[in-house]
Design a protein around this ligand. Structure first.
Ligand code: SF4
Length: 637
């Protein structure tokens, strides 16, 4: 028997211990597509202004898209959404691996979880049978062990899990939810939301193929996608060396954040690169998410020396950047070990590296605090490893301090350390040197969850491939805009990528396919959407749904009281000019950012002065009820 066409919605109330189900209809797909889009609607509807992100009133929503579990390439992504504990705002994360596909095979597209269990539980989804099971014996176990114990208990090694580790249980502000051990819904403390609900894991067994509305047409479109994949220029390099294969080139451009964004060139960059993983024998396998030909993930292992036996997914570009160059650590094996610990304790590697490098800079500047026996000088990989453990378990004063995230930690330690806390909105910035890449700078500033590349990836501005140059020409009318250090046409570049990224997430596709390698075109995504769901939509109307999703997310933050003044980048990047950058300006000051923000808000039809969505824009998306609700809390332009 096949699963239902669009999959069902599971509603789980952990306080009541109840589970119910309702269909995800074609009408809902036409309004929100799926995944990230419908998740945002559920969050808006159920999580009221001022709700505590770690209280039972927060909702944790897992959503796959209409393409997840189909034969469409790179279609294994799941969006996980909640009000975020790190920022107190809208939080969407995305995770790959196999979990999403199997969830769809079980017959579902969404789980919306509210309440809080009295004792630890895990959710067991076995096709039609869904139950909550005791997880007292799993509480305290790491991610790897939890999956192993659940598979043993259920007698099936093919059961897929989404689980938290000790970091999520201990409400670390950057705890992740790990799918199949190595794939992380990482950012913003989404794992702490799951931990606050005493939900240890969601285990899935799905055995039914996913239906599409027009199988013949869908198969033709999938074949087209494969052709485009094979024809484009960058995928082979990504497959061979992974995301960290980009390290040498980025470093040569002097835009590789080093020692907490004090420098932009790491003298040992080759030691934290995908090329070195392969050449030095650490790389054991190239791994892909469900149905992904690109297989950008790595599986690395240390054979001998003090970290012999360490094995991990990755390290990816961001992990090598945050745990390696960011902390000044050139010891590849120490970084592999730190990455492994982040994976098994369930920590976001970006934020983990960020808080550690902030602490190392506190040491550099000789601040007054208890080192608790640690040598915190740049490059000490052993201290990095020790701190990862202390953070996950909130061990000692230092572990507890860093577990708060860099914003709260710097406010607590003070002594001027807020100046080098590389965060905005409460989220640690990912490893992009936005002072030398202005589409990224704008995208990071307006990102509803804080400064990173995982809501709008604008790699095309670097013009690194023929596909990227073609995108810039299409969006701006001139391929000479394919340089990252000018401000002209950046709002146009961000706006195009925002829509594409939102549609990508909502369909269940990977943004690498559509906004990094560009083989999955907007036209093809719209056609696949139509053929899967059985509704007729063209490219423009599909992209308009992407734009609508971005406004929905903005509306959530507007209701919480956030405005244009919150669309900032970290202080260091606004006030310190980057040295040795290729461009002339190399700073994210107000003078640089303000004109771009003006144009960006205008392109959305939002109010330029406040950054709030206007009533007319909301109504144009069929969101009149949203405008009415917003007006109860704030004046709408
Ligand atoms: S490109 Fe990488 S992250 Fe994206 S689906 Fe493929 S393997 Fe997963």
């Amino acid at each position: 028997m096949s699963a239902s066409l669009l999959g069902d919605i599971l509603l789980v109330d952990l306080t009541q211990g109840s589970i119910s189900m309702q269909p995800f209809t074609k009408e809902l797909a036409a309004q929100y597509i799926g995944g990230r889009g419908y998740n945002a609607a559920v969050l808006w509807e159920n999580v009221k202004k001022g709700a505590d992100p770690l209280g039972p009133e927060n909702w944790l929503i897992f959503g796959v898209g209409p393409l997840t579990g189909t034969s469409a390439p790179s279609s294994g992504r799941t969006s996980v959404t909640a009000k975020g504990p790190a920022t107190g705002r809208y939080l969407k994360t995305s995770v790959g691996g196999a979990w999403g596909g199997y969830f769809r095979f079980a017959g579902y597209s969404f789980i919306a979880i509210t309440g809080k269990s009295e004792r630890p539980v895990y959710l067991w989804i076995d096709n039609d049978k869904v139950s909550l099971r005791d997880a007292s014996h799993l509480w305290g176990q790491d991610v790897r062990q939890t999956e192993h114990l659940i598979q043993q208990e259920l007698g099936d090694v093919n059961v897929k899990t989404a689980t938290i580790g000790p970091a999520g249980e201990n409400l670390v502000m950057f705890a992740a939810i790990m799918c199949s051990n190595y794939n992380a819904a990482a950012r913003g403390g989404i794992g702490a939301v799951m931990g606050s609900k005493k939900l240890k894991a969601i285990a899935v067994r799905g055995t039914r193929p996913v239906q599409v509305a027009e199988p013949g047409l869908f198969a033709e479109l999938v074949a087209q996608a494969w052709e485009l994949y094979h024809a484009q220029s960058g995928a082979l390099n990504t497959h061979l060396y992974g995301t960290s294969g980009g390290v040498p080139a980025i470093n040569e451009l002097h835009v590789f954040p080093t020692r907490n964004f004090q420098e932009s060139y790491f003298e040992h960059a080759n030691k934290v690169s995908g090329q070195h993983l392969a050449d030095a024998g650490y790389l054991k396998r190239r791994v892909g998410c469900y149905a992904c030909p690109m297989s950008c993930h790595r599986y690395a292992e240390v054979n001998d020396g003090p970290f012999a036996g360490s094995f991990t997914g990755g390290p990816e570009y961001e992990s090598f950047g945050a745990l390696g160059a960011g902390t000044g650590t050139s010891d590849t094996e120490a970084v592999i070990r730190a990455n492994e610990l982040c994976n098994i304790y369930g920590l976001d590697t970006i934020s983990t590296g960020s808080v550690i490098q902030w602490l190392f800079e506190c040491e550099q500047r000789e601040l007054d605090f208890d080192r608790e026996g640690l040598d915190l000088r740049w490059g000490n990989g052993r201290a990095v490893i020790e701190l990862v453990e202390r953070i996950a378990y909130r061990k000692g004063k230092l572990g507890d301090l860093l577990a708060m995230g860099v914003k709260r930690a710097s406010e607590k330690l003070s002594q001027g350390s807020e100046d080098w806390a590389i965060q905005a909105k409460g989220l640690e910035q990912s490893r992009v040197e936005t002072r030398a890449a202005y589409s990224y700078a704008l995208a990071f500033a307006v990102n509803p969850r804080g400064p990173d590349h995982l809501m709008t990836e604008t790699l095309a501005e670097f013009g690194l491939s023929p596909e990227m140059i073609a995108v810039i020409e299409k969006v701006t009318g001139d391929q000479r805009n394919a340089v990252p250090y000018i401000t002209d046409k950046r709002p146009e570049i961000v706006r195009w990528h925002e829509d594409v990224y939102a549609v990508t997430d909502a369909l269940g596709l990977c943004a690498f396919a559509s906004t990094a390698q560009y083989y999955m075109t907007p036209e093809l995504m719209a056609d696949l959407f139509s053929a899967a769901v059985g509704i007729q939509v063209d490219c423009d109307s599909t992209m308009l749904l992407g734009k609508k999703i971005v406004t929905m997310e903005r509306a959530f933050n507007t209701r919480e009281g956030f405005t244009r003044k919150d669309d900032l980048l970290p202080k260091r990047l606004r006030t310190e000019t980057l040295q040795n950058a290729p461009g002339k300006v190399a700073i994210n000051s107000d003078e640089v950012m303000d004109p771009m923000l003006d144009r960006y808000y205008a392109m959305h039809g939002w109010d330029i002065a406040s950054g709030r969505p206007t009533r007319s824009v909301l109504e144009s998306y069929g969101l009149k009820a949203w405008a009415d609700e917003l007006e109860k809390h704030t004046a709408l332009p």
